[in-house]
Design a binder for this molecule. Sequence first.
Ligand code: BTN
Length: 264
Amino acid sequence: MTENYKLTELSTSHPELHIMVEDCLESTNTSLKCMANRYVDRDVLLIAKSQTGGRGRMGRSFCSPEGGIYMSLLLHPDMRVEESVSITTMAAVAVAEALSDVTDREASIKWVNDVYLDDRKVCGILTEAKACLGTEKPKYVIVGIGVNVTEPEGGFPKEIRDIACAVFEQGKEPSGFKESLVVRIVRRFYEYYNKADKAAHFAEYKRRMSLLGKEIKIIENIFEPDVFEPATAIDIDEKCRLIVKYQDGTIKALSSGEVSIRKN
Ligand code: BTN
């Protein structure tokens, strides 16, 4: 049985944030989308102890049994829609820093927003925005974060068994761990989000980026994962595009959402 969240520290340090915790939801991102009209001026943090229809990037599902953290933040950023990709990277850095703090293990980031521990994915992030015709600012942005804290009973489903990991094996999670990780992630995220310089986290994002200098496979169609172009990941630009060099020497900037990347 998952422990209850209290989050009193977080309500005190962030009184502007409306915090809600549910036992089980289909998807915290989907629930927040439905609530967005009620909270036009207020940020909301919604946490579920499990999800029945957790969603990932590119239409994938996100395995969300009890034992993980499934949370979404409803934000009203004062930035242009195309700049809001930085919210995803701020969240990735916040999760990586919080995990490194509480586990003493170095968490890395795989472009664009997966967080890894020891070369396996421990956290995924899904950012969704609602844009309004004729305005440059998004109506809202929802950033959803899923962290595998304790390995599911019986292990991860076979499709992700070789790539996913959890922070703890079954029965090894210390009491209060999820609460303290949520508090650190949210605080760290707001430290970056509230800065005037919306790229303040970028150096840390790049420092933790595991792909740079590595040989990678670029998959243009996720339904054909065996069809790929080999390349080297050489840099990340200020728009968070991955700069790659193909074997014929061509250099290209890839946007997230266009392609999927695998390490060689
Ligand atoms: C990915 O790895 O492709 C992104 C996964 C994002 C999962 C989180 S869990 C909380 C929030 N609710 C969802 O349905 N998805 C995100």
